[in-house]
Design a protein around this ligand. Structure first.
Ligand code: S3P
Length: 174
């Protein structure tokens, strides 16, 4: 069966939520974001979940969220930057979906996230080192999983969305 969902993967600050919303508008689809979904379901924000349950607790909630959201049809879904690291999640993400990797440098991530307080993994002495280390681990996985990779550095979200649309297979844009 052909893919029906469009899934955005990539690191923190790659623009998954903003670009996902734009794509959903243009393609007349519903938009979901795993982080927002978890926050809505639990009634607390992501930093609070990390505080109370640790990263492992958050990852369990993330897997459950992905499981529920990929069972929908014809949606655009933005995922958390670390979601691709569990084999279980990769399997769920691959089912029934077309996956787009928003390829973004650490420099660009730092610029977009410089005032961020909502990413527990960046509340460290040296966010640059942390982002570098995470990207080194994760980039090969993003690339392996993606049907399409789009560079986002120095581009506004609107431009990235406009670049993606003509590259999508025709059955996704009908
Ligand atoms: C994380 C990325 C965040 C969020 C959590 C962990 C990660 O989502 O899921 O803070 O491991 O990279 P975004 O990629 O939307 O920032």
């Amino acid at each position: 069966m052909s893919a029906t969902n469009i899934i955005l993967i990539g690191p923190m600050g790659s623009g998954k939520s903003t670009i996902g919303q734009l794509l959903a508008q243009r393609l007349n689809r519903d938009f979901y974001d795993t982080d927002f979904y978890i926050e809505e379901k639990t009634g607390v924000d992501i930093p609070r979940i990390f505080d109370v349950e640790g990263e492992e607790g958050f990852r369990q909630r993330e897997t459950r969220a992905i499981e529920e959201l990929v069972s929908l049809d014809n949606v655009v879904l933005a995922t958390g930057g670390g979601s691709v690291m569990r084999e279980e999640n990769r399997k769920l993400l691959r089912s029934n979906s077309y996956i787009i990797f928003l390829d973004t440098s650490v420099e660009q991530q730092l610029e977009r996230l410089r005032h961020d307080k909502k990413r527990p993994l960046l509340q460290t002495e040296n966010p640059r080192d942390r982002l570098q280390q995470l990207l080194a681990e994760r980039k090969p996985v993003y690339m392996e999983l993606a049907d399409l990779s789009i560079p986002t550095d120095r581009k506004f979200a609107r431009r990235v969305a406009a670049e993606i649309i003509p590259k999508l297979p025709e059955y996704l844009t009908r």
